[in-house]
Design a protein around this ligand. Sequence first.
Ligand code: SF4
Length: 493
Amino acid sequence: MTEREVKKGVTKLSPIDVYMLLPRTNCEECGEPNCMAFAAKLVNREVTLERCPPILKKEHEKAYKKLQETLAPVIRKITIGTGDHSIKIGGKLVMYRHEFTYHNPVALAFDVTDEMPLHARFSGEEALIDRVKRVENFLYNYIGRDLTLDMTAIRSTSNDPTIFKSAVENVAKVTKFPLILCTLDPNVMEAGLVVVQDRRPLLYAATKDNWKSMAELALMYNCPLSVLAPNDLDLLRSLVKTLIEYGVEDLVLDPGTFADEGLSDTVNNFTMIRRNACKGGDDLCGFPLIGTPITAWLGGKDSKETLAWKEAYIAGILMSRYADVLIMHSLDGWVQLPTVIWRFNIYTDPRKPVAVDSGLFTFGKPDEMSPLMLTTNYALTYFTVESDLKKFGGDYYLVVADTEGISVESAVAGRYLTAELIAETVKKSGVAEKIKHKHLIIPGRAARLSGAIEDELKNVGMPGWRIVVGPMDSSGIAKFLDETWPPKEEAKE
Ligand code: SF4
């Protein structure tokens, strides 16, 4: 297999190919039982090559280099920002999510302009500082995960170096977020760049007219550089080739984002670039892609709501069709929420359902007569139940069974949630020592297991337990408990 074939797709990379390049001493210094186990983990990107100390020795220098090339992602990984305040984009190994987990979620940047007032001068005016802080402080907890925004893009609308420099200074003072500096004028760019040269911003953008000056800035200040060629892939490839030859390696490609009639060209261009890189072995396309849904705001006469709606759906489309970083404008919750949630879903591992820990959880201050309920560890199920229980108030015990992140109905059907598992989980939770009753409320969708659970509880040394079939949906728990709790019989044997 040639290197190029290997790079064309992770599915073609076998552990044997990697194993053959490892020292093959089975010394276990990497924490794995042998070199083959380490090779398998390398192919699955579960470990890094540097976890194998022997490969870093002089005598393995050639093999190390070869392995680095073999394992390099087909889309170059680029860092914007520095240290703890940096973000990585690109680093994709495959074109399609079903081939392998996507790495490095799309970075979401929101814009400010250098002509915005620093502070609001009248009610309703949007000020630069407020906007930067709103972007940085955005947080939405979705099924237990904190979803946030990532970057600030500072656009020069004044095209004045002094004004841009001042805006960059002011933004840099109030946010640690990685930055994108946006201007096509190299003089304006440099004025802003000198202020934040130690923060490695992304420079946006080099074009056919300014590429040389922008390349000089990127090299002088060691920054990644966007390359812009709207709707012209030949020009984009030619610019990339020229910039690489000039010495700029960290490039981010922008084939242009067009709303309305231009949207299909936009999607085609993004798709062709990624396809050329992942399936065609075109190294000039092997860079992260930047999309600019903010261009929806050039839409003239449309209402503000319509423009924001267009921006939201363009962002969704481009996240699905291979963008690695987006520049956006609207801070409306109904634009940001679908954007961050869609990103979250695209970048979860399709092979592993999102799961929470199993075990015993308490809500309020449960005592010996508080209801005991059961659910599974599928994150969406757990957080829905949790949210309902918190909303109702009251005191409860909740046993969460490990169904490998599968929801109740599917887990019952697929035998991930069985009577044996439930009995073992309840026994292991120790809840029997905390309560006086012997009633376990199971989800309505697991009703068919009720008799078998009682039998299995006996088998694990918990006789006399009664299984109560609860509502089909956790939103019905409060009403259900009002009608059924406390149970009439609570024999503790
Ligand atoms: S540390 Fe390297 S040489 Fe040793 S077992 Fe692991 S992979 Fe093999």
